[in-house]
Ligand binder design. Structure first.
Ligand SMILES: Nc1ncnc2c1ncn2[C@@H]1O[C@H](COP(=O)(O)OP(=O)(O)O)[C@@H](O)[C@H]1O
Ligand SMILES: [Mg+2]
Length: 176
């Protein structure tokens, strides 16, 4: 499944550490400018990078956890001020799976389990009313388990707020 759009846009990923954000960004959005706050180290540099990219008509993918509405708000504001489409992709990865994947990472890539749990706890599922032009959910446990090589076959679903909430309730809240 092709996830890249021919039109200029900002894609905001939401997902706990280990949910597969960076893998998805690199595999399915290879033409996009991948923006990661940890790498850029400051909000100021992040904003400059985003604006420079939009000025060059290059699409952007925001590769942070972006778990809360507050965290996502700044990207929505930048997109609106540039008249650029903004799209949310939520990686619906069960906590246990993210913990397992995280345990398989080494060095700085690996984050403490309590950090993964913390992000899972504060999750606010992205919704259209925040200002996104679309909200999509990737994965259910089975799809995600198929592995990064199968990432392209993930279903892409446009959802509305209630559906998003149903999904959240069935896959997250009941587990933790
Ligand atoms: N769909 C997938 N299925 C299985 N493993 C995956 C998948 N996507 C990513 N991984 C693996 O899980 C780990 C975390 O992925 P990563 O993309 O770094 O997550 P994040 O950026 O959300 O922390 C990596 O070792 C990666 O290879
Ligand atoms: Mg990452």
């Amino acid at each position: 499944m092709k996830l890249e759009s021919a039109k200029n846009e900002i894609v905001v990923l939401t997902g706990i550490p280990g949910s597969g954000k960076t893998t998805l960004a690199m595999r399915s959005f290879s033409k996009y400018n991948r923006i990661n706050l940890d790498a850029l180290k400051s909000r100021n540099k992040e904003k400059l990078e985003i604006c420079a990219s939009l000025g060059n008509s290059r699409s952007i993918i925001i590769d942070n956890t972006n778990m809360t509405r507050q965290a996502r708000k700044r990207y929505i504001e930048i997109a609106k001020s540039h008249g650029t489409r903004i799209r949310s992709i939520y990686l619906n990865c069960p906590l246990e799976m993210a913990l397992k994947r995280n345990a398989g990472r080494t060095g700085r890539e690996r984050v403490p389990d309590h950090v993964v749990r913390f992000y899972n706890r504060i999750l606010q599922v992205p919704t259209i009313d925040e200002g996104f032009d679309s909200v999509e959910v990737l994965g259910g446990a089975k799809e995600i388990e198929e592995g990064p090589g199968r990432m392209g076959t993930h279903k892409r679903r446009k959802i509305e707020e209630q559906k998003s909430m149903d999904c959240f309730l069935s896959s997250h809240q009941c587990r933790s």
